[in-house]
Design a protein around this ligand. Sequence first.
Ligand SMILES: [Zn+2]
Length: 119
Amino acid sequence: MEDYRIQIKARKAVKEKRYINIRSSDGIFSIFIYLGKSQDYIVTSNACTCPSYLFNVILKKKHKYCYHIIGLKYALTAEQITRIMLPINEIRDILIDIYAYGKSLKLRKLMSRKENDFE
Ligand SMILES: [Zn+2]
């Protein structure tokens, strides 16, 4: 039952286009970010910076993955990922934002600008 809820949340995250792949302009560095409602997380195919990953996966061993990781797999399969390319110093600023404040305003600004480009 708990696993089913994780699947639902994961699919919802993909539908809401919460996954962003940022690559460095030189092509060397690549990272996936889950853009949350109030918090952003750095996600890989087997780890996540969210509290649920720390408590339920690592400490309690209740689940194998948090829903951000499962969602990332869906997003990759369905190609539902926003891909952006940035200079490495801008990626560094975004990562510092996420580690220091839990979310990146810079990334949010970039994403809203990107959305406006489509209009
Ligand atoms: Zn997570």
